[in-house]
Design a protein around this ligand. Structure first.
Ligand SMILES: [Zn+2]
Length: 474
């Protein structure tokens, strides 16, 4: 056990909790199921937000903000939606010292609030499309919670778009799942499968739900983002119509899509190790930390002076010099390691004399001595290498732990060991339910790139035309 962190081999779930707490990403709140996101965790979220927000804006979206209180009657307007969300809703019944005439639901998601407003904003085809995103918190009263992966209140973004035609809305739904794939693969270094959810697993109120699914180090799946084609369901519930070019009155077509602070949980479980957190450089709040080493005041002045000189003109957000005198270097090494800073630089009096520093990679532990000239450029290159190597390692895991499986007994025996299983499924609800109840696994997605291939349903033996991916999931 390094620094109070349980090893992955000993207890994977405890390891995860230890990493989150010891790296100071988050802490438990006084309210059960809620989480306090500490500065390191919030710094990662800010980097997720900043980069995704740019990608949303580059694809034509704008941000707005809608209130968190939703009249209870709104939620009841869409039958599937209320059925899916009602058990998880927190409801405000009293405010201002008296009972409310109508209870207010704390948003579990904002479709109903937003479509009640779109009704006022949309009259003609000229008002379309509307491409709005909101960064917000939502509340879902979960029975079993886990830091970042499932908490009662969490942070997310939710896009809500309105379109004149089905084709355009479906195109938007697919566009956004690919934006998520791009982001998660390129910034969080998590390779994902892109696919369609089954009707049982889709969003409550959607026609179709697209998803990205990642594989964690224990082989379990993590749904990392979803994009929904909502058809006319919400337009009908809120009577949102428009006059089209052909003068006909039509219902507006909708999409919604979201990712949340769950991505941080996925990032931790994809890359971190028994020594603590490993953060992909592109979302690391602090990419490089200098730990100067001294024994006397004179040495302290020398090494701190040298570190300052080396970093002159560098972006202050790129690095930090850990000049704290109350901690020994060994303590600092361990702290920055647990906190997942991608590169640590050690500089002592002898390094200063030689014009070098010792550079240590967090992901591999590899140490090398480097000259201080041109150091910044070399660090930038090294950060790219770390980013790529984290992705490649995760990709190898995804590939090596995904396999075809044609035999139910084989599946039932091994699905609990983790990994993705490409199985034939006839499409029947009963077979999907059987898998969930008997093997605690779910059909994660029907991959978009799944080729046509005839086979027999692993549960009932009926004809199937292509494989789906099934696994146990978080
Ligand atoms: Zn079947």
């Amino acid at each position: 056990m390094a620094k109070g962190i349980t090893t992955r081999a000993a207890d994977y779930n405890q390891w995860y909790i230890d990493v989150v707490l010891k790296s100071e990403l988050a802490d438990y709140s006084p309210v059960k199921g809620c989480m306090v996101i500490r500065p390191t965790g919030y710094g990662i979220w800010e980097n997720i937000q900043k980069n995704l927000d740019r990608m949303f804006k580059e694809t034509g979206h704008v941000n707005a903000y809608f209130p968190m209180f939703i009249p209870e009657s709104f939620l009841k307007k869409e039958a599937e939606h209320v059925e899916g969300f009602a058990p998880e809703c927190a409801v405000v019944t009293h405010a201002g010292g008296k009972e409310l005439e109508e209870p207010l639901v704390i948003r579990p998601t904002s479709e109903t609030m937003i479509w009640s407003m779109y009704k006022n904003w949309i009259n003609s085809w000229r008002d379309l499309p509307i491409l709005i995103n909101q960064w917000a918190n939502v509340c879902r009263w979960e029975m079993r919670t886990r830091l970042f992966l499932r908490t009662t209140e969490f942070l997310w973004q939710e896009g809500h778009t309105a379109h004149a035609t089905r084709e355009e809305a479906e195109e938007e739904t697919r566009r956004m799942i690919h934006v998520y794939r791009d982001f998660v693969e390129n910034f969080l270094a998590m390779p994902v499968l892109v696919g369609l959810k089954t009707q049982q697993e889709k969003f409550a109120g959607a026609v179709d739900t697209y998803c990205i699914e990642a594989m964690m180090q224990d082989g379990k799946a993590l749904q990392s983002g979803t994009s929904h084609y909502l058809g006319e369901n919400f337009a009908k519930a809120f009577e949102v119509t428009f006059q089209d070019k052909d003068k006909q009155t039509k219902f507006v077509q909708a999409t919604s899509w979201g990712v949340s602070t769950r991505l941080i949980g996925g990032m931790i479980m994809s890359h971190s190790d028994d020594n603590g957190l490993v953060i992909p450089p592109k979302v690391a709040p602090l990419p490089v930390v200098f730990v100067p080493i001294w024994r006397s005041d004179e040495e302290m002045a020398t090494v701190l002076g040298a570190a300052k000189k080396i970093t002159e003109g560098w972006d202050p957000l790129f690095f930090r010099i850990d000049s704290r005198d109350q901690y020994k270097p060994g303590y600092k090494f361990a702290e920055w390691e647990v906190k997942g800073v991608p590169i640590r630089i050690e500089i002592g009096p002898r390094d200063v004399e030689a014009g070098t520093v010792v550079v240590v990679r967090r992901d591999t532990g590899e140490k090398q001595t480097m000259p201080t000239t041109g150091l910044r450029e070399k660090l930038v290159t090294m950060l790219d290498e770390i980013q790529n190597s984290l992705f490649n390692r995760a990709k190898e895991r995804l590939q090596s732990r995904t396999r075809d499986c044609n035999d139910y007994a084989d599946y039932a025996k091994h699905v609990g060991d983790g990994g993705f299983f490409r199985i034939h499924w006839c499409g029947a609800d009963a077979c999907e339910t059987h898998l969930r109840e008997k093997t605690k696994s779910t059909i994660r997605c029907i991959p978009l790139d799944a080729p046509c291939e005839s086979g027999k349903c692993i549960v009932c033996g009926a004809e199937s035309s292509r494989r789906v991916v099934a696994a146990q999931a978080y």
